[in-house]
Design a protein around this ligand. Structure first.
Ligand code: 3H9
Length: 697
């Protein structure tokens, strides 16, 4: 028998500790163990109640996701949960850490639930493209009521123990030692003769779908809005609705089929891949856990522009003191005013209260000149994107920063090796590439210059974690991973407009893939002038054999900078942000096409999809081949968190594997022949296509 579930007794109470680190996932060994030990307790005459508890950091955090790719071995979790109903002795789930998914379903099968106040519980299965498949969709509505159950099941966000108590999911909160508290709770149940509560029985009527039509519709709409294009939230709702019209056993039976369909769907495969990819990203192949990050107790930010302010807020939000430095009092005052406004906005939107705003603002100090950074552990430069300016800043910073301070640049594409060389301590220089708005976007691209010390890199990754971000490591090249792999998509989008597609057609094809906005609408939002300036700064490096973005330049020359100018690829009426197709864009495209000798034609949606997506994939393959990204999945995480690529498609490299590399390689070769050098096929793509290989498997 499996030894992952123990058996101990305290007086009349049997305690079954689950011991399957790190998260006590309910793999086959744990399932076998629970079944066997529950039966042992049921048969043990000296035992009158049973406590199920997790050892280590948590109650089970769900089914073992790694088992999903294999046939499920018996006993299935649902069989255990249903079996608990038949045990005559009261069973208490003692919850700490996170009771998630199958973990919460196991707890719902227990007759009572107690939790420490710090515990969190929920059913995040929709995030994996499935739904609670061990009767959670049947039992949770009976225990918590339909609205609360749908909130947990459809939105997939866990709640804290206090909320769980309010929802009726837990029966009591235990302050202090959980095991002792749970045993005392069980003793009291025995003493009071409290009847077992069986959550598969309707405690109160849960009503019919008609009774709850409004609530059900509310969650359908929320699912459409927050998880656009994703099936599992709707499958979850269907399952809950089944429970309102069928008997418990029939609804569970229907769930089994539906669960298998979901589990085997492309969306679930992609979402599970994304789950592990995200965790993999934090592992640095050649820097083991034994390399400790440097201690960061104080931080500084150079520059109080849009990016700088977002970085300041991100640091202050996570409890770090920040000194923000500007070159003049006026610039500093402006920046500080904007930072206050940013927090006022958060208070207005109900994200934080006024006291929290004051606390966060109290962590921020303004100063003019670098002297104020002389005792700071980590400084992030967020100045103008100009290599000479940055070199100057790092040279000056080098003179005042304390030994061992991390000196980071927020550049989004520049040569950080050159920036590091402007200091006497290149081992302390790293890149921390934030995304706008820096306080809200979860991605942080941690860039590793050639001479950076391993513990400097570990510190960058640790900072990401501390500030609630996903840190992904990149090596130095123009645009690193994120911008370098996205540029080809934007480039093709603009070429397609020059060749005859409308911006709306191009964007619609990409939103059709599940991205919330197309690349041209995004350019309008962020400003066409940003990449225009970049192209200008790199004009002397332009390879004449590479097709050039003449149309994008022309748009800027005509002042069409995007939303801020009221016109870009689209026009924007009355200062609004709604893109309206603009015939002037077509006229400009026709003019530029004529000047460049580009034939205009009807362009199919398929061509748009292939050119935009395959150009990015081909570049991703080069990034991987050159070692700029350590793993294909790191590129995917950049796309999921940086560019809102739909998580249920896994990322561009995962999508490539789904489509099949021979198909992509073939099309890339055809585009190369047709459109020239920018389409040079990645040798890695070609090799993998020939060998039947893949990027992500
Ligand atoms: C389910 O339950 C289906 C049922 O309804 C029906 C069944 C029939 N399985 O995240 P961390 C690994 S679906 C396997 O870094 P944290 C993780 O990969 C499940 N492995 O820690 C990592 O491994 P490594 C529903 C898992 O403290 C290590 O554990 N449940 C699982 O930041 C540490 O993880 C969920 O969706 C798993 N279920 O966060 C919850 N969970 O060290 C999924 C984790 O090799 N889990 N691992 O990289 C989580 O959300 C977070 O892991 C948790 C801890 C919040 C628990």
């Amino acid at each position: 028998m499996s030894d992952l579930v123990g058996y101990e007794t305290e007086g009349r109470v049997a305690i079954l500790p689950i011991d399957n680190p790190p998260v006590n996932a309910l793999g086959i060994g744990v399932r076998e163990g629970i079944m066997a030990q529950v039966d042992r307790a049921a048969a043990d005459d000296s035992v009158e109640a049973i406590v199920l508890i997790g050892l280590g950091r948590t109650f089970p955090a769900g089914a073992d996701i790694r088992e999903f790719d294999q046939p499920t071995l018996e006993p299935h979790l649902i069989a255990i949960v249903d079996h608990l109903d038949t045990i005559e002795k009261p069973i208490v789930a003692a919850i700490h850490g996170t009771a998630l998914g199958g973990g919460l379903e196991l707890a719902l099968g227990c007759h009572f639930r107690v939790a420490v106040p710090s515990a969190r519980m929920g059913t995040p299965e929709v995030n994996l493209g499935i739904f609670p498949g061990a009767a959670g969709t049947q039992r949770l509505p009976r225990v918590a009521g339909l609205d609360h159950a749908l909130e947990l099941i459809v939105l997939g966000k866990p709640v804290g123990a206090a909320t769980a108590l309010e929802y009726g999911i837990v029966d009591d909160l235990i302050e202090g030692d959980l095991r002792a508290g749970a045993v005392a709770f069980a003793e009291k149940i025995i003493a009071d003769g409290t009847p077992r509560r069986i959550s598969s029985e309707p405690r109160t009527g849960i009503g019919s779908p008609e009774d709850h039509a409004e609530t059900i519709e509310k969650y359908r709409e929320l699912a459409n809005r927050r998880m656009r294009g994703q099936d599992s939230p709707h499958q979850a709702i269907d399952s809950v609705v089944d429970g309102m019209t069928m008997s418990y056993p029939d609804a569970v039976q229907a769930d089994r089929k539906r669960f298998e369909l979901c589990k085997n769907s492309d969306q679930s495969q992609a979402l599970r891949y994304a789950f592990f990819a995200e965790r993999e990203a934090s592992k640095i192949p050649d820097i083991g856990k034994e390399i400790a990050p440097r201690e960061i107790a104080s931080t500084g930010v150079i520059g109080a522009g849009t990016m700088g302010r977002g970085i300041v807020a991100s640091l202050a939000d996570s409890g770090l003191p920040v000194t923000v430095v500007e070159t003049s009092q006026e610039a500093l005052d402006n920046g500080m005013t904007e930072i206050v406004k940013l927090y006022d906005g958060m208070v207005q939107r109900g994200r934080i209260d006024a006291a929290e705003k004051d606390e966060r603002l109290a962590r921020i100090t303004g100063a003019v000149g670098f002297e104020a950074l002389s005792n700071t552990d980590l400084v992030i430069e967020a100045a103008f994107e100009d290599l000479d300016v940055k070199k100057q800043i790092f040279g000056d910073l080098d003179k005042v920063a304390k030994p061992g301070a991390i000196l980071a640049t927020n550049t989004s594409y520049m040569d950080i090796d050159a920036i590091a060389a402007a200091t006497s301590r290149p081992e302390d220089v790293i890149g921390l590439h934030y995304f706008v708005p820096a306080n809200a976007m979860r991605l942080l691209e941690v860039v590793r210059p050639a001479k950076a010390a391993p513990d400097a890199i570990a510190t960058g990754m640790a900072l990401a974690k501390k500030t609630g971000k996903i840190g992904v490591l990149a090596r130095v090249c123009h645009g690193f991973i994120a911008n370098r792999s996205r540029l080809p998509m934007v480039r093709e989008a603009t070429f397609l407009v020059e060749e005859g597609a409308s911006p709306a057609q191009v964007d619609a094809v990409l939103t059709g893939l599940g991205m919330p906005m197309g690349p041209l609408a995004v350019s309008d939002l962020s400003g066409l002038d940003v990449s225009w300036r970049m192209r200008q700064s790199l004009a002397d490096q332009h390879d004449p054999a590479h097709r050039y973005m003449h149309l994008a330049d022309r748009m800027c020359e005509l002042g069409r900078f995007g939303i801020k100018a009221g016109k870009g690829w689209y026009s924007y009426e009355d200062g609004g942000r709604r893109p309206v197709p603009d015939p002037e864009t077509e006229a400009i495209a026709i003019e530029v096409a004529k000047e460049q000798g580009t034939p205009r034609r009807d362009i199919s949606d398929d061509e748009i999809r292939e050119r935009c997506l395959y150009a990015a994939i081909n570049e991703g393959a080069k990034i991987l081949d050159e070692g700029i990204a350590a793993r294909a999945s790191d590129i995917d995480i950049m796309w999921l968190y940086g560019f809102a690529y739909p998580r249920w498609r896994g990322g561009i490299m995962f999508t490539a594997d789904e489509i099949g590399l021979p198909e992509i390689d073939q099309r890339v070769r055809e585009f190369h022949a047709e459109h020239g050098k920018l389409w040079e096929p990645s040798p890695l793509l070609t090799r993998l296509a020939k060998e039947g290989g893949a990027f992500t498997r």
